[in-house]
Ligand binder design. Structure first.
Ligand SMILES: O=C(O)CCC(=O)C(=O)O
Length: 302
């Protein structure tokens, strides 16, 4: 069965995010519907389908329509499907340690980080546990031209060391459903450009995050840290964000290449369970402003 088109979209903030309707995610997608979804993602970055509960195999099948699955290091798959991981906390587990609670872009420490993430709410707290996304195109555009020029040649060092080093194993083991196997490969490092160009839209975006970015290539840590602190603050400014309050069965797709996100750890005493799948991405590419664009940008008032 092919899905119906067109997709109706209702933005949820001025920065990013739209509620989508007109697609049954359980069904095969026509190439026209798929193209519409990709175009909508390029425009809105986060697409939300309320109330479309999927089984784990259905979520995996929908995700595979967007592209082949991404490798998922450290987090073991659910018993229901090898593409699917659970992000879950039981009611009695205090949110002191909250793996997704800091701003990040999924697995940015991989050589080819995932393009899209699909997240479905299976169990939701009565309040709290929202996910917040920050638009990294806006974050890049809001920088002054001299700061953009300073960042343009820089590479950021990404690593899973803070999140998935063996010293974190006990913290994960205290969560009944975390299912994480840490390892020394968490110390592997990947350098990605600080300013990347999105392969679909051709637009520049910041690509650093507090969780996985541990330094700037070639800079001493005393030089890098103030810049990274500034970027972490700047890139997650409230006006770049949208926020979703989950209901059971909501399915959200977002583009990691131009967003950071975090899960709000404000639901102490309540369970929250999400199913996550990811689409394989490509190596991030440095944004290089063409000479013409530099000239044009220089003439624009800011
Ligand atoms: O649970 C969420 O809302 C977000 C999950 C997340 O950040 C992740 O899986 O990386």
């Amino acid at each position: 069965l092919e899905t119906t088109v067109p997709i109706a979209l209702e933005p949820i903030s001025g920065a990013c995010g739209a509620v989508a309707s007109g697609v049954d995610l359980r069904h095969e997608l026509s190439s026209a519907a798929l193209e519409e979804i990709e175009n909508a993602l390029d425009r809105h970055l986060v697409l939300i389908w309320p109330g479309q509960p999927l089984t784990a195999p259905e979520q995996a099948a929908f995700t595979r329509r967007l592209g082949p699955p991404s490798p998922v290091p450290f987090i073991q798959p659910t018993a229901d499907h090898r593409d699917v991981v659970a992000i879950a906390r039981r009611a009695e587990e205090p949110p002191r340690f909250n793996p997704a609670g800091g701003w990040h872009s999924d697995f940015s420490f991989l050589p080819e980080p995932p393009s899209y993430t699909v997240l479905q709410a299976v169990d939701v707290p009565p309040f709290g546990g929202d996910t917040i996304w920050a638009n990294q195109y806006l974050a890049y555009n809001a920088l002054s031209p001299p700061m953009q020029a300073l960042l343009a040649p820089l590479g950021a060092v990404h690593s899973a060391a803070r999140a998935f080093a063996p010293s974190m194993q006990a913290a994960f083991d205290a969560l009944a459903e975390a299912n994480v196997v840490t390892g020394p490969e968490a110390f592997d490092q990947e350098v990605h450009p600080v300013c990347v160009v999105h392969p679909g839209t051709g637009r520049p975006s910041l690509y650093v995050n507090r969780e996985y970015t541990i330094g700037l290539d070639g800079l001493a840590s005393q030089e890098a840290q103030p810049l990274l602190d500034f970027l972490a603050q700047h890139s997650t400014r409230a006006e770049f964000t949208c926020r979703w309050r989950w209901s059971r069965g909501d399915v959200v797709v977002w583009d990691n290449r131009c967003l950071q996100h975090m899960a709000m750890p404000d639901y102490r005493g309540h369970a929250r369970r999400m199913l996550r799948t990811t689409v394989n991405g490509s190596r991030p590419v440095r944004f290089v402003e063409s000479a013409a664009a530099v000239g044009a940008a220089g003439e624009q008032p800011r």
